[in-house]
Design a protein around this ligand. Structure first.
Ligand code: NAI
Ligand code: CS2
Length: 482
């Protein structure tokens, strides 16, 4: 595990020398406990001026209001299995929200000369790309809006392009665009969407962006569940201060970054981040082993009556299935640098999932499956079909997702399914009911499964069979039967 606290020399932390050199879109749970914290620890070590301006384009108004009211300081509570450590984060110096500041204030901030990095945690769907291919989707409703209103955009993609236009017109240097989302080759996906959108607006601007802007890929890792009233009460107990912007997370953290910044960057390595020339293998490792088993546990765990990931780990069958999925069906698909210890990585992940003090809801992880399945499960299935190897855990995981998006639990209770394609799932279930007839139309959703998988009879049969078993016996039984 990388820890920075041991490295930190106690230089005086002069918050007033910080200025907005980085603007972050997506002041959600994760960014608070990861990039903002690591930036804080970095400036503590080297006394540099890297401050952050936080922007939420969707929701989060109250959070931004509260943040301002407390001078942009907030608490991160790191929770191990047995001890907790609160940290006050001081790297954030400004914040903006379109609802009360207006979108042009945000674009102007992004166009300020000293802004060198625009980073993002905007969830998988924020990239307006096809999840199966990573290609920009010009039909995305946010993009359709922004094409009509390029100077008053709503999407992160539209905001970045509009602010780069301002920089180009004013003869300013570009900024680096740094995605910190769980998206395979996140920098490349960000680049394709930004260039794709710019092309539709203005070819010269697109050429300027292509030549000037860099889009490093990053692998980001730290389990940060959404904050609940209990989280805030726990933080208050640990610090004596009620902090509505507080967030709790696990002690582990990892950040691997492609060192490709066009206009400078903080020395995040001083706080444990790693700069490398190629992040893709690390991204794949994390997305398939950690996130793939997270999604498996989320769908089959939720259906089996487990509210949190740590609860699923109390069932030896789920624990064993997660480990086997990682080692037998995900690890073999990876191409890692020599010396990478995937067995050790898998054991460490099981220990992290078991942390009983993290209340990470299966329902939260189950969200947006249409955006997550391709990089977490589908790519691995393609590997196994090519190699003739076994993928029964992946087949059950995909069947579990299909069963989950029916919106009905195993006891007939309503599931609150959140997904950009929810209406599509609803239409399929409305027509075909809770039966394995839904498997083929769900597999036909090209943005999730591509074109090859739905044509593969062996795969269609494996998922159909897993789905039927789920209907007959329920998920706890099916996981145990693996
Ligand atoms: P969150 O729900 O707390 O925050 C989501 C953020 O995304 C909000 O700031 C919201 O304004 C923004 N957003 C949502 N839809 C958007 C859109 N269409 N365009 C622009 N912005 C949009 O979620 P959290 O936990 O902060 O996670 C965000 C992302 O961070 C995840 O989707 C994942 O890719 C990445 N991540 C999360 C980790 C975690 O454990 N929470 C760990 C590693 C990565
Ligand atoms: C989770 C991730 O919500 C999800 O889909 O799988 O956010 C997971 O907690 C992180 O990637 C851990 O780094």
């Amino acid at each position: 595990m990388k820890t920075a606290s041991n490295n930190i020399k106690h230089i005086k932390f002069q918050r007033d020398i910080l200025e907005t050199r980085m603007l972050h879109i997506g002041f959600g749970a994760f960014h608070r406990a990861h990039q903002a914290l690591i930036t804080h620890e970095t400036v503590m070590v080297d006394g540099s001026d890297w401050g952050i301006c936080e922007v939420n384009l969707f929701g989060g108004e109250e959070l931004i209001r509260s943040l301002r009211a407390q001078d942009h300081l907030y608490t991160v509570l790191e929770k191990g299995a047995e001890s907790v450590q609160p940290k006050v984060i001081g790297s954030v110096v400004e914040s903006l929200h379109p609802t009360f500041d207006g979108i042009s204030a945000i674009l102007e901030k992004m166009a300020e000369p000293q802004v060198a990095i625009v980073s993002m945690t905007i969830t998988e769907k924020g990239y307006c790309a096809d999840p199966a291919t990573g290609q920009f989707n010009p039909q995305n409703p946010l993009i359709q809006h922004d094409l009509q209103h390029p100077d008053a955009p709503t999407s992160a993609i539209g905001c970045i392009v509009a602010s780069l236009r301002l920089r180009k017109e004013r003869g300013l240097p570009p900024f680096t665009v740094m995605s910190c989302d769980n998206v395979q080759e996140n920098g490349h996906v960000a680049r394709q969407s930004i260039l794709g959108f710019a092309e539709l607006l203005d070819g010269d601007l697109a050429s300027w962006i292509r030549e000037q802007v860099t889009f490093p890929c990053t692998m980001v890792d730290r389990i940060v569940p959404a904050a609940t009233p209990e989280t805030l009460a726990e933080i208050e107990q640990a610090t004596g201060v009620y902090d509505p912007c507080g967030i709790a997370c696990e002690p582990f953290r990892q950040w691997v970054i492609e060192d490709n910044f066009v206009n400078g960057r903080p020395n995040w390595n001083l706080a444990g981040a790693e700069f490398v020339s190629n992040v893709v293998p690390f991204e794949e490792m994390k997305l398939r082993m950690l996130n793939g088993s997270h999604s498996f546990l989320a769908y089959l765990g939720y259906l089996g009556g487990y509210a949190h990931i740590a609860d699923t780990m109390t069932n030896p069958a789920y624990r064993q299935a997660a480990l086997e999925l990682m080692l037998n069906e995900q690890a073999p698909t990876l191409n890692m640098p020599v010396g990478t210890d995937l067995d050790g990585y898998a054991q460490q992940l099981i220990a992290r999932f078991t942390n009983p003090s993290l209340k990470h809801q299966t329902w939260q992880i189950a969200m947006d499956g249409s955006q997550k399945l391709p990089q977490r499960m589908v790519d691995s299935v393609l590997f196994h079909l090519k190699n003739g190897s076994d993928y029964r855990h992946l087949a059950l995981g995909i069947a579990g997702w299909m069963r989950y998006v029916s919106g009905k639990g195993e006891n007939g209770e309503v599931i609150d399914v959140r997904d950009p394609l929810f209406h599509r799932f609803q239409a399929i279930y409305a027509e075909l009911g809770l039966s394995s007839k839904v498997v083929k139309p769900l597999l036909a959703i090209e943005s999730i499964f591509g074109t090859e998988l739905p044509q593969h009879n062996g795969f269609v049969d494996a998922v159909t069979q897993a789905y039927e078993q789920l209907l007959t016996y329920g998920s706890r039984h099916c996981v145990a039967a693996l």
